[in-house]
Every structure is written in C-alpha cells, then in structure tokens.
Design a protein around this ligand. Structure first.
Ligand SMILES: C[S@@+](CC[C@H](N)C(=O)[O-])C[C@H]1O[C@@H](n2cnc3c(N)ncnc32)[C@H](O)[C@@H]1O
Ligand code: SF4
Length: 416
C-alpha cells in the first residue's frame, strides 16, 4: 500500500496539480515518513524536503515526555511557501494544520489537526513531533505541565487541558520565501532568488493575505513576528520591502525577531528598519564557522569580514539597549565541528548574548553519500571519536552556550 500510494503521489507531483500536492505532503501523518520521503524527492522541491529531514542514526535522548509541555503549538503559526500553515518549525513537527490559499490563519489555528497536535502534547506522546530533531525535546528543557499551568498566557489552557484556543497565534513565523543572498550547501543546491514573475507573485500573494489578516488594522495585541526561517530577511525582496515599510508604531506590543545570515544586515539596513527599532526583540545571525576559510565552505558567497563588521555593529546596538537578544548560530557538520570551541570564544569576543549549536539534518541538498559524510554526529563516522573529543571541552558547560540537539552528544562525550 505505501508503495502504490507513493507512486500515485509521484504521478501527481509531475502533473499540474503539483502545488496542491505539496500542500498534501504536509498533511500526511508522521507515521508515513517513508512515503513522504519518496514523495518529497519526486517533487524535487527543497522546501518540501524540509518536511522530511533525514535523521536516521541521530543520537536521541529518549526520556519520556509524559507530564511535559511544549507551548509552540499553542502560540506559533508558520507560513510556508505553498500556503501551508504549521504550528511549529516544519522540520521539528512535520505536519501542517491548514492552507492559507483556502482558509484564514484564524480558521487553521483551531483546525482538527491543530487540536490533535495539542492533544498529543497533553497526552505526553508528542506523536506529531520529530523527537530526534526537536532541540527543545533533545535539550531536556521542556517545562512540566505543573510549571506550564502557572504560565500567565497559557496556564488556563494547560489547567483545563483545552486544545481550542480563544485568541489567535502570538508567534508568527514567515517562511514563505526561500530567497537569499547566500547558497549554503546545507540549505540549498544553488542560488534561490524570486524577485519578479509568477513564482514571486505567488509567494507575495501569500504574504499579502497574511498581512491583510494580521497587520491591516493597528492593534495593541501582544504578538511576535519572526522573519525568517526560510530565506533571508534582507536577501529576499518581499521580506526586505515588507520590513522597510512596516510601521511598528501601529503595533506597540508587536515584537520582531530577525533571523539572518547577517551579510546584508549593514548599518545602512539598520537605518532602513528605523520604523521597527522599538519593536525589535531578538536578532539571530548564522555563522556556521569560526574562521574565514570554513565560512567560505559552509556559507558561500558570504563575506566573512562583512559578517564580522555587521555583527559588531549589531552587538553595539544590543549593548545600547536597542533590542533584547543577539544570538549567533552554528549548524554542526564535518566541515566546521573542530571550530565549535572557537565559535564560543568568538561569540564572547563579539559580546553577544548566546551562541547556539544544532546538528546538520538532511534537507536533501547533497547526494546521500555526501550527506552521510557531512554528518559528524553519526556513530559510524570515521571522525566521530574526534567529534566527542571536541565536545569534551568544559567551555560547553557555560550557560552562554545553547547545545540544543547536540546535548545528547555532549553528555555522551563527558561520560566516556
Ligand atoms: C534556513 S536559515 C534561514 C535564516 C537565515 N538565512 C540564516 O541563515 O540564519 C535558518 C537556519 O537553518 C539552518 N540550516 C541550514 N541548513 C540546515 C540543515 N541542513 N540542517 C539544519 N539546519 C540548517 C541555518 O544555518 C539557519 O540557522
Ligand atoms: S543564509 Fe540561511 S537561507 Fe540563505 S542559504 Fe544559508 S541557511 Fe539558507
């Protein structure tokens, strides 16, 4: 049955019905992972592949989640490229809850699937989540239900085990445009830039629909916006224009987080987002390296000197109190794992609030054998023992370091 189903899906993928088919991909339950992978390959579509991060061989901290709580599906709404709406990062929770082409954010927010996902948090199964990939599960930081019951915002839902929410999402994550100035091999096989034409218009329509629903009327409602998990806030025409035009004074309780490769986040860009300075809460800048040589491999065609200059400027703005949090990110892979300790030191030198690590997962941008070779975290990798050696460094104990889904490896490293 799965094979027949996969073949039917592949035929569909080659047809003009591909866009709705991509939407369908997000609706398939987690259990059909094998079918979903075949299907995502047939679509030859990088964003769809992210529904299926390949994680076989990942060390998993598998303690029970009974009695634990995750607020993401109670707060978060992500918009993806084909209109899919999710209630967490799609790589961590690969099921979507609606489609902005057919329904509003408000409708999707309490859809049957959204409610089922919330049930799965309360029953402790977390069965829609990819336990191996989710850094919140892997770092063991999820609060207990008792702790969550005291939360001012979600407490009433937790205490009543309620899965239908009265108000809309308080965290909106824009992931509907993968356009970017870089082409990191972990993320894509080549440059992706949509600046005009039907591909641009289709993605822009989705943003317009969301903006109409969420930003048309000034409001004092407290909510957070993240731009972006899919491309770059300034490398994407549509996100850049949206951010330059947004008047934060109409949304006094809106917080904005920017997730960027940092290369275009220059002092001039900083000036151009003046109307949202007071809304800015957090800035994440991805490095994936602690040296120019490695950066050239992990983040082409980014300029290391420009990245350092821009980050130093952002750190200055952070110190001046212009926003609350500056974090630097690092996706661990064969090419950069030896630089992990240097990256912690670099973060300290730059004066940021935190450095964060996560493991490379497969977005199918490389042939399978190349990907396996990049996965330093695989127990059968010829340099796995060296990876554990690197992780033994006591500097990883510093709370300044967020190890996310690398935590289980660090624990193993210090045990042996
Ligand atoms: C897709 S990027 C979008 C935001 C921005 N362009 C950036 O690079 O931070 C979001 C995050 O995904 C990470 N990433 C890229 N490829 C990945 C992979 N194969 N596995 C895990 N994370 C990956 C990036 O390093 C970055 O931290
Ligand atoms: S900078 Fe971010 S979005 Fe751009 S290619 Fe790299 S990981 Fe992907």
């Amino acid at each position: 049955m799965p094979a027949r189903f996969a073949r039917a899906m592949m035929r569909l993928a080659g047809s003009r019905a591909a866009a709705p088919a991509k939407y369908l991909l997000g609706r398939l339950p987690v259990l059909d992972r094998r079918v979903r992978r075949l299907y995502a390959r047939a679509l030859d579509d990088p964003p769809s592949r992210r529904f299926l991060a390949r994680t076989d061989g990942l060390a998993v901290s598998s303690s029970s989640l009974t009695g634990r709580f995750c607020g993401a599906p109670f707060r978060q709404m992500d918009l993806y490229e084909y209109g899919q709406l999710g209630v967490c990062c799609i790589t961590w929770l690969p099921t979507t809850v609606g489609d902005l082409n057919r329904e509003s954010v408000a409708e999707a927010w309490n859809s049957e699937t959204a409610r089922a996902i919330r049930e799965s948090i309360f029953d402790g199964s977390f069965r829609y989540c990819d336990h191996a990939v989710c850094p919140r599960i892997q770092s063991g930081e999820l609060p207990t239900l008792e702790e969550a019951a005291k939360d001012p915002e979600l407490g009433p839902y937790v205490r009543g085990r309620r899965v239908e929410l009265d108000a809309g999402p308080t965290f909106i994550n824009l992931c509907n445009d993968p356009s970017c100035n870089l082409r990191c091999p972990s993320c894509r096989a080549g440059t992706i830039q949509y600046t005009a034409g039907p591909d641009y218009e289709r993605r822009k329509r989705l943003l317009d629909t969301l903006v109409d629903e969420v930003f048309a009327t000034p409001t004092a409602r407290a909510f957070t916006l993240n731009v972006t998990g899919s491309g770059d806030p300034f490398g994407s025409r549509m996100f850049r224009e949206f951010l330059f035009a947004l008047d934060g004074s109409r949304f006094p309780n809106l917080k904005i987080n920017l997730q960027s490769n940092g290369v275009l986040f220059t002092p001039e860009t900083w000036r151009r987002i003046a109307k949202i300075h007071t809304n800015l809460q957090g800035v994440l800048v991805s490095f994936d390296a602690a040296s120019e040589t490695t950066y050239a491999v992990t983040r082409p065609p980014g300029r290391w000197d420009v990245l350092l200059e821009n980050t130093a400027h952002l750190a200055e703005r952070r110190r001046a109190g212009d926003f609350d949090r500056l974090r630097l990110d690092f996706v661990v892979q064969l090419d950069n794992y030896t630089e992990m300790p240097d990256f912690v030191r670099l973060g300290r030198r730059l004066g940021v609030d935190q450095v964060s690590f996560s493991l490379l997962v497969d977005w199918e941008t490389w042939p399978e054998a190349t990907f396996r070779d990049k996965c330093i975290w695989r127990g059968d990798h010829p340099r796995f023992a060296d990876f554990l050696d690197v992780l033994r460094d006591p500097l990883f104990d510093d709370p300044f370091v967020d190890l996310g889904n690398v935590t289980a490896y660090r624990e193993r490293a210090v045990e042996v």
